[in-house]
Write a protein that binds this ligand. Structure first.
Ligand code: PLP
Length: 418
């Protein structure tokens, strides 16, 4: 097979390809694997029931079934769904938006592909611009998304060492130098992989820098505000017309419907919808059909608050506790769990790379994600990149506990063999 440059970049292996291959094999083909790798959300009974009821209604009603299966929606997304979302966001959060500020995507991953490449890469004047990640580590799924090389730039964080074996990354504003080579700033909040939640103050400062530079601030809210609201700390939802917020139905428990939501000023939404037409013609109808009523009634917020958030918060607390016990005596720290569905563990001085640790754990039937994958744009040598792993706590408590014990055992062996 003779591949183009595009083919070589997109059709070969990468961190996200390995991660999703692991996920597919663990969740579909080898269910005996202890799955603490990719970002599959938990199965929550209460949400399951809500989705099942809604599906039933759609299947039984001739007209609803036809519009679900038999009609292409507009590339910007079904108007009624966009209205339901914009009404909720403006009524509940005071965001000055309407349905023209909303576009739907086939999963937020594909929204990032379009948005990032819309802003960064080769510019019409021959210059090159990057998407800048003000706080690396960042989401592995961004890494290979750029159509050109050197697509990302990133700033190394400050590390605050906290009590109780915890630490927290902070944006290092002294080192954050945004010049004309940067097309947009992007942060995930909560951050995948670390569970960090950027403070309101950090967001305000980033917002100011973006405005001064006349570039957008993109906030990836896959786990965030106002839904699925997997945050264990206080934070304000942020939007203004220099911000692009990207949301997703996936972590509510609907990754299979592939629905992402873009909230941005009209000009950006229109440009996005044009590009999405070329790529996808239209978005899938199932996500909007299942979730529309939850937006209409506001239930999407109450379910997030009363079901989704408490589940993950409890899992996070419990998993940290298990790790503290299992790793006793070893040089470990855990990023303060402030949100999302992962713990980020740092083994300072780890004698093997995080990739080697990942392979040893896979041999023992446990899937995690090695940390070096989460530093798109940060090319500098930094041992820390090889000393961290990401561990999902979305599976059932008994599975997570088994995984914790095996991870601790392998880490202990690695240090003992030093
Ligand atoms: N952004 C972050 C931070 C994620 O963790 C994920 C998925 O895990 C995505 C975006 C993409 O999610 P989806 O395409 O399912 O909306």
């Amino acid at each position: 097979m003779k591949l183009s440059v595009f083919g070589q970049k997109f059709a070969t292996n990468s961190g996200i390809v390995d991660l999703m291959a692991d996920l597919g094999s663990a969740l579909n083909e080898n269910p005996e694997m202890i799955f603490m790798g990719g970002g599959n959300p938990a199965r929550l009974e209460q949400l399951d029931t809500v989705f099942a009821k809604r599906l039933q209604t759609l299947v039984e009603d001739d007209e609803k079934r036809h519009s679900l299966l038999g009609i292409y929606q507009s590339p910007q997304g079904e108007l009624e769904f966009r209205q339901q979302i914009s009404t909720l966001l403006s009524d509940q959060l005071g965001w000055p938006i309407n349905s023209d500020n909303i576009a739907i995507s086939n999963g937020s991953q594909s929204a990032f592909f379009v948005l990032y490449n819309m802003f960064a890469g080769e510019m019409p004047d021959g210059s090159h611009k990057t998407i800048h990640l003000p706080l690396a580590p960042e989401y592995i799924g961004y890494s290979e998304i750029g159509l050109s090389e050197n697509f990302f730039s990133a700033t190394r964080p400050k590390i605050d060492l906290l009590d109780d074996d915890l630490f927290k990354y902070r944006v290092d504003f002294n080192e954050l130098h945004i010049d004309d080579g940067v097309a947009a700033l992007c942060v995930s909040r909560p951050t995948n992989p670390t569970g960090n939640v950027l403070t309101d103050n950090e967001i305000e400062q980033l917002d100011r820098i973006a405005k001064d530079q006349d570039i957008p601030l993109i906030i990836d809210g896959a786990y965030g505000l106002p839904f699925p609201n997997i945050l264990f700390t206080e934070a304000k939802p942020h939007w203004n017309d220099n911000t692009i917020v990207v949301l997703s139905l996936s972590k509510l428990g609907l990754p299979g419907v592939r629905t992402g939501i873009i909230v941005a000023k009209e000009e950006i939404v229109k440009a996005y919808a044009n590009a999405n037409t070329v790529l996808s013609l239209a978005c899938g109808n199932l996500g909007p059909a299942i979730a529309g009523e939850l937006f209409e009634s506001g239930e999407v917020l109450s379910l997030s608050q009363t079901v989704v958030k408490p589940f993950y918060q409890q899992q996070a607390l419990q998993t940290v506790d298990w790790f503290r016990t299992a790793l006793k005596g070893l040089p470990f720290r855990i990023h303060k769990p402030e949100g999302a569905i992962f713990l980020w563990l740092w083994f300072e001085g780890l004698p093997i790379s995080s990739q080697a640790l990942y392979q040893r754990l896979k041999q023992r039937g446990v899937l995690i994600v090695p940390g070096h994958n989460f530093f798109p744009g940060l090319d500098e040598q930094w041992q820390h990149k090889n000393e961290c792993i990401r561990v999902s706590y979305a599976q059932s408590a008994s599975v997570v506990k088994q995984g914790v014990d095996i991870i601790a055992d392998e880490v202990r062996k690695a240090f003992a063999d030093k």
